[in-house]
Design a protein around this ligand. Structure first.
Ligand code: 26W
Length: 819
């Protein structure tokens, strides 16, 4: 008996209101008059879900029915941002909801403000994953995102006396209306124990894993709606629960704590996101998290999509697992274990399949960010996987010796197993051996991977290496975050740009149109007023009228050089209070920072402290006549980015060349009509090539120049001694003026600069200051500035994550969208 397809509510104000009130009454169990904002928000979310449900079920049914190849995006992080606005957009419900709610006496923006964003990521890598799954859905690509449903996401940042203090991220405290738990599809995940050899019924020598303990991986599904295309893909996040939640015997023996210990122990696995984004702490729980979600995802895809009668020899015809950095690479020995130990494949048979099922994206250039797991730890937690990794390595090193006979130094360098300082597994080497394709995230980055970080592997397998420059979704970071600009774009070139961002090119002629420039400036002014209202209400920060907004928002890390930005501010301040320049020589500017520091990253936290202390002095010093301000709203996240980026005039992308793999904030700012001051690093290079040198403030050493200076020997103290402006700025910090007269407060920072300065802040200082002069000169000519801003927008359509997905499909996945 054919079931009727799920009814979608009527796409009208009445249909919407009816559905909303129905959800308010039946699901929230309240009347409109008695409902709280949270009730109304929940009911609205449920209503929007209902408009998307039919297409979600349809998409899921088709993806299981279709025999076409799909992508499984494996990522330990997804920085999703708020869901309501994006769902309203995808379902083309924003206007209807606005009107319908108004009829109910409710303001849509108030309900949107009720949503706590799922902060299931640290920064660039996590947000990129979120942009990518949005593009995969909008481009009709059969795909599923797999990850971890952390109970606590990235910490909430507060400032106490200018210092970062972390608060737990209780994003689930009011429940999340966007998740669909499926405990019936739980997967058992094993840990610990030993392995044993045995002879199977066919007399073959086999190995089996005898795990010591296990947990349940419970899948929670999230909708990933395509933009106005009737498709809804799925994001499947795993949550850990104890297999035996409660031990009644132990409870009855009165040892209540031990009775529930298994539960707490198990739950710990998906309890909290590790807040580091570049220096792995090597904690066992982190490895448990990685194996937990990857093993569940592989088993889930085989069970739920392929089904038990699927011949796994053909697995690579149906799936490609994209490894979002090395965090999910334990999936390689896991798939080998499943094929050999559970499916009875021989080694070569299993490797034949496995080595066609994975692709690896590297997101970093910092050696310390490359994960290595001590064999002691990995062997204790996953004894069978360590055996398999050793076997993979043995066969790999045979290949290396064949190709480079007698070159044992190379063998040692390339081995998946490091012997020093302790025996450990190099996860980037394992990924490079197993992956069909290895890509960096910007052209310069991919080149540096080939020439340096993974050179040995590029020499061995040049065909494996490719590049896919990052991108950002134009739905969230333009259409939704900057709706005033979107309106101007659509009225000027039509609405096609939302799914075909290169269409922005059609705006180029508008740069020479004074009328359009005026409209563009009105939009920017609107966005600035909106930000001003937000920061006043959110942080008690007052943004002065008519200032250039100079914005630096990204994780706090020495290589990103927030220190260079604050030294610029301190230098301007020093010159005024020392009378070298008068305040009116300064272009009215507010420098806006947004940045979280990993809790254990001392110098990063000291930099936050310095920035806040400089702000509290500079913002109150009348001698500046209010022409230079510093604003540092706390808890920078996706929601704040959506308000900050559209309001920005100047985008700070000032990392030391050769350190930032790509950057994605740089793309969001350019697309929202901000000009970039930046080094030739990461994707800045490609942004500058596309927008043109006249519309980009380039400064600093190039990557080869950095290498050369490093090789020659870099002595930051000399730059300090020989550069009076730099010296005056550093001395002002050491004077104690920003620390209530205490001269030593920032010694950790100033001494790290004077004696190490690993990221060459002093070496690039002069060039940076000179570029900032050019910024001031250009900003004085608002028409020239606006013209450049429009050209930045018109020429950066390339940085759509839709284009990135097209590149992955053609260069790595060999997949074509479902049409
Ligand atoms: C602690 C282990 C660890 C190490 C590295 C990472 C990430 C790879 C760091 C990260 O987010 N990298 C950023 O990835 C972005 C997306 O490709 C790039 O645009 C940024 O340049 C890069 O820093 C997370 C956690």
């Amino acid at each position: 008996m054919a079931l009727a397809p799920v009814a979608t509510p009527r796409h009208s104000v009445d249909g919407f209101v009816q559905e909303f009130l129905h959800e308010l009454n039946t699901t929230q169990g309240v009347t409109l008059s008695a409902s709280t904002i949270n009730d109304q928000y929940k009911a609205l979310a449920l209503t929007v879900r209902n408009y998307l449900m039919a297409r979600w079920l349809e998409t899921t049914r088709n993806s299981i029915k279709s025999k076409s190849k799909a992508v499984a995006y494996l990522s330990a992080e997804y920085l999703l941002g708020r869901q309501l606005g994006n769902a309203l957009l995808a379902a083309d419900l924003a206007d209807i909801a606005q009107e319908g709610l108004k009829q109910c006496g409710i303001e849509l923006w108030q309900l949107r403000a009720q949503e706590v964003e799922p902060g299931l990521g640290n920064g660039g890598l996590g947000r990129l994953a979120a942009c990518f799954i949005d593009s995969l859905a909008t481009m009709n690509v059969p795909s599923v995102g797999y990850g971890i449903r952390y109970e606590y996401g990235i910490f909430r940042q507060t400032f106490v006396d200018g210092r970062q203090v972390e608060q737990p991220d209780t994003w689930l405290s009011l429940g999340s209306p966007w998740e669909f738990p499926h405990p019936e599809a739980a997967v058992t995940i094993n840990f610990g124990g030993t392995t044993e050899k045995y002879t199977d019924e066919d007399g073959r020598e086999r190995t089996r894993w005898l795990p010591e303990w296990d947990v349940q991986a419970i899948p929670y599904n999230y909708m990933v709606p395509g933009y106005l295309n009737g498709r809804v893909n799925t994001l499947r996040l795993w949550s850990a629960e104890a297999t035996r939640a409660f031990d009644l015997q132990i409870f009855n023996s009165g040892d209540y704590a031990r009775a529930v210990r298994a539960q707490t122990f198990a739950e710990n696995i998906s309890k909290v996101l590790y807040p580091e984004d570049s220096t792995p702490q090597g904690k066992e729980l982190r490895l448990q998290q990685q194996y937990f979600f990857v093993a569940a995802s592989i088993r889930d895809f085989i069970n739920q999509v392929l089904g038990e009668d699927f011949d796994l020899h053909n697995l690579s015809d149906r799936i490609i697992f994209q490894l979002n950095d090395t965090h999910p690479v334990i999936g390689v020995p896991e798939l080998m274990r499943v094929l050999i130990d559970e499916e009875g494949f021989g080694w070569d048979e299993a490797w034949e399949v496995t080595s066609k099922c994975f692709a690896y994206t590297c997101h970093t250039l910092l050696p310390e960010a490359l994960e290595v797991w001590p064999t002691e730890l990995l062997g204790r937690l996953l004894p069978r996987h360590l055996e398999i990794i050793y076997a993979i390595n043995d066969r790999f090193l045979e290949q290396v010796r064949d190709r480079f006979p007698g070159d044992e130094v190379r063998v040692g360098r390339m081995s998946i197993i490091a012997e020093y300082p302790e025996r450990a597994v190099r996860m980037a080497h394992l990924a490079s051996v197993a992956a069909t394709k290895i890509n960096g995230v910007a052209e310069l980055h991919s080149q540096l991977l080939r020439d340096k970080v993974l050179k040995d592997f590029a020499d061995l397998w040049p065909e494996k290496f490719t590049n896919v420059t990052n991108g950002v979704t134009p739905r969230r970071f333009l259409r939704m975050a900057n709706y005033k600009l979107s309106g101007l774009l659509t009225e000027t070139i039509g609405s096609g740009w939302v799914t075909d961002l290169e269409r922005l090119r059609e705006l180029e002629p508008c740069a020479d149109d004074p009328e359009f420039r005026e409209k563009f400036r009105e939009v920017k002014a609107f966005n600035k007023r909106r930000l001003t209202n937000l920061l006043r209400a959110r942080d008690g920060i007052d943004l002065p009228e008519g200032h250039m907004l100079d914005v630096m928002v990204k994780r706090l890390h020495e290589y990103k050089r927030q220190s260079l930005k604050i030294l610029h501010v301190i230098s301007l301040y020093e010159q005024v209070i020392s009378g070298k320049i008068s305040a009116d020589e300064i272009t009215p500017r507010t420098v806006v920072f947004g940045a979280k520091a990993a809790p254990g990253y001392r110098l990063a936290k000291d930099t936050i402290h310095l920035i806040n202390k400089v702000a509290s002095v500079v913002n109150e010093d009348k001698r500046l006549d209010g022409r230079l301000k510093v604003a540092f709203p706390a808890n920078y996240n996706v929601t704040l980015a959506e308000k900050l980026i559209p309001a920005a005039d100047l985008s700070e992308q000032i990392s030391l060349a050769g350190k930032e793999a790509s950057g994605t904030g740089n793309m969001k700012f350019a697309l929202n009509g901000a000009l970039t001051i930046g080094t030739d690093d990461g994707a800045n290079v490609e942004i500058r090539e596309l927008v043109g040198d006249d519309h980009f403030f380039l400064f600093g050493m190039t990557e080869p120049e950095v290498e050369a200076l490093q090789a020659k020997g870099y002595h930051p103290g000399e730059y300090y001694q020989n550069n009076p402006q730099l010296k005056a700025a550093v001395d002002l910090i050491q004077s104690g003026i920003f620390s209530g007269g205490d001269r030593g407060t920032f010694d950790s920072l100033t001494s790290s600069w004077l004696y190490h300065d690993r990221f060459m802040v002093f070496a690039d200082f002069d060039s940076y200051i000179a570029a900032q002069k050019k910024v001031e000169e250009k900003y004085a000519d608002q028409d020239a500035w606006t013209r450049s801003a429009i050209l930045n927008m018109a020429r950066t359509g390339y940085f759509s994550s839709d284009r990135s997905m097209r590149d992955y499909m053609t260069r790595i996945w060999n997949i074509t969208p479902d049409f």
